[in-house]
Design a protein around this ligand. Structure first.
Ligand code: NAD
Length: 493
């Protein structure tokens, strides 16, 4: 089947910066040694800007600024209500930039513009949520009558190191920045080197909202340079990291020397399990969304679909026809449903899995570059059926628009297949039998489970994975717990 594609004139947002700088101690600065790296856009794969490439010296300056703001500045000492007011001003400013943020994010990441719109609203919501949470925060007090009072004195930990990936970068940065700042920490953010553009908006937003100098610091750069220096810095007591599992393992090792607090949101290979009694229309819609929205560059992507054998052939045929009709093309075209993958290196990785898949499964849709799009990092939504659980495309995270479909005969087999990978981030279960749904949910190795639904969640719920998908949870009070120490104070009466 030929993939539907649109090719429009490549849209370049107005007023694009040609250089992207660090923000340290309230000032925009270049790297001390002048190092830079090139930033490409994923449609032309041409350099549109150079970004300052942070080194040890730049991280030292950023951490020193954050440490000074923490030890002597007002931020950690403000009443929660006062910090919350600043956070709400940040949310207002972020919301007001939705259209601008979407065009920058789409240009830098290749996400379809219709999916990038709304990212600012999500980011703003994170700030509002944590602003409200700290105002309502209560801590425990225990009384031993006639003997003791014990209470919890919650304190911000200090300088938080925040390291983020390139998928939905601005929104994911907000997911760390909001609770860290709400808790009274000061921060050094190291955004992903593939997509530094939208992160550069934070500096002005924070300054205008009244965040004191030194509280928010941004150091751009390569993971093995700037990221590594941040992880190893002795004055940074905790690291919140979102990214690949292998990077998480390196960071885990490097945090050991200083016994740092760590939050790790890592990779996934999440199953969608479709039983024969499911609402098939809804399951097909959802599983298409699950792996083809956000270009398949989604940590919770349902990249393995397990289908009960009695509906398997019907499911595969309908699914493949829908995948082939997905519109691939210029990310800025509102008709586009799958845009360009973030970077040529990532494109090459995803394409290599497409070729591996051709030897491991039955190709039903896609399988390469769509016709009519000779340039840019475009991959047709690709569907493989009859994929064995030993296959690499079943086991390994591809992080692109590629899905593996596998049949099962019994509930026990479905569970074994679902759990038969090293990851455990999310699982999606489609059945109208609620007893089966709950039993399956409680047995599946996944930090998050959606029953007959996908990806909508209340911000109070825990977000995170098990097994190789992560360590610790973000979300609600769990984030505040991460960025604060709970000191126990005991008073003898
Ligand atoms: P990545 O691990 O390559 O990079 C993530 C960040 O880590 C970047 O800022 C990078 O510069 C930095 N980094 C790389 N090496 C480092 C090192 N040695 N020390 C310190 N920092 C280092 O990940 P990516 O390719 O940017 O993102 C995609 C991955 O992120 C996928 O595996 C995806 O599943 C995962 N992800 C997980 C979640 C989640 O919540 N579980 C959310 C989004 C993305």
């Amino acid at each position: 089947m030929t993939q539907t594609s649109v090719q429009t004139t490549h849209y370049v947002p107005a007023d694009l910066p040609t250089s992207i700088r660090h923000f340290i101690g309230g000032e925009f600065v270049d790297s001390v040694g002048g190092e830079t790296f090139d930033v490409l856009d994923p449609v032309s794969n041409q350099t549109y800007a150079t970004a300052a490439a942070g080194q040890q010296a730049d991280i030292d300056l950023a951490v020193a600024a954050a440490k000074e703001a923490f030890s002597s500045g007002p931020w950690p000492r403000l009443l929660p209500r006062a910090r919350a007011r600043v956070l709400h001003r940040i949310a207002d400013a972020v919301e007001a930039q939705d259209a601008r943020l979407a065009e920058l994010e789409t240009f830098d990441t290749g996400l379809p513009i219709t999916q990038a719109l709304g990212q600012a609203q999500r980011a703003a919501e994170n700030f509002r949520f944590f602003a409200d949470l700290i105002v309502a925060q209560a801590d425990d007090t225990y009384k031993v009558p006639g003997k003791q009072i014990n209470y919890v004195n919650r304190k911000p930990v200090g300088v938080a190191g925040l390291i983020t990936p390139w998928n939905t970068p601005f929104m994911l940065e907000s997911w760390k920045l909001a609770p860290a700042l709400a808790s009274g920490c000061t921060v050094v953010l190291k955004p992903a080197e593939f997509t530094p553009l939208s992160a550069s908006l934070w500096s002005e937003i924070f300054r205008t909202a009244g965040v004191p100098d030194g509280v928010f610091n941004l150091v751009n750069g390569i993971g093995e340079e700037a990221g590594d220096a941040l992880v190893k810095h002795p004055d940074v007591p905790l690291i919140s990291f979102t990214g690949e599992t292998t990077t998480g393992q390196t960071i885990y090792r490097n945090c050991a020397a200083n016994l740092k607090g760590m939050s790790m949101e890592l990779g996934g290979k999440s199953p969608a399990v479709v039983f024969a009694d499911a609402d098939l229309d809804a399951a097909i819609d959802s599983t298409l969304f699950g792996v083809f929205s956000l270009n398949g560059e989604r940590c919770t992507a349902s990249s393995r679909i397990l289908v009960e054998r009695s509906i398997y052939d019907d499911f595969c045929a309908r699914y493949a026809a829908r995948a082939a009709s997905i519109v691939v093309g210029d990310p800025h075209d509102p008709k586009t449903e799958v845009g360009a993958l973030v970077h040529p290196e990532h494109y090459a990785k995803v394409m290599s899995y497409v070729e591996i898949g051709k030897t491991e499964g039955r190709l039903l849709a896609g399988g390469g570059r769509p016709d009519g799009l000779p340039e840019g990092n475009y991959v047709s939504p690709t569907v493989f059926a009859d994929v064995a659980p030993t296959a690499r495309i079943f086991q390994e995270e591809i992080f692109g628009p590629v899905v593996a479909i596998t049949p099962f005969d019994t509930d026990a087999e479905a569970l074994a297949l679902a759990n038969g990978v090293k990851y455990g981030l999310a699982a999606y279960i489609w059945t109208t039998d609620l007893t089966r749904a709950h039993n399956f949910a409680q047995s599946v190795d996944a930090g998050m489970v959606w029953l007959n639904s996908h990806n909508v969640r209340d911000l109070r719920t825990p977000f995170g994975g098990v097994k190789a998908s992560g360590l610790g949870h973000e979300g609600g009070y769990r984030s505040i717990d991460f960025y604060t120490d709970s000191q126990a104070v005991h008073i003898t009466l």
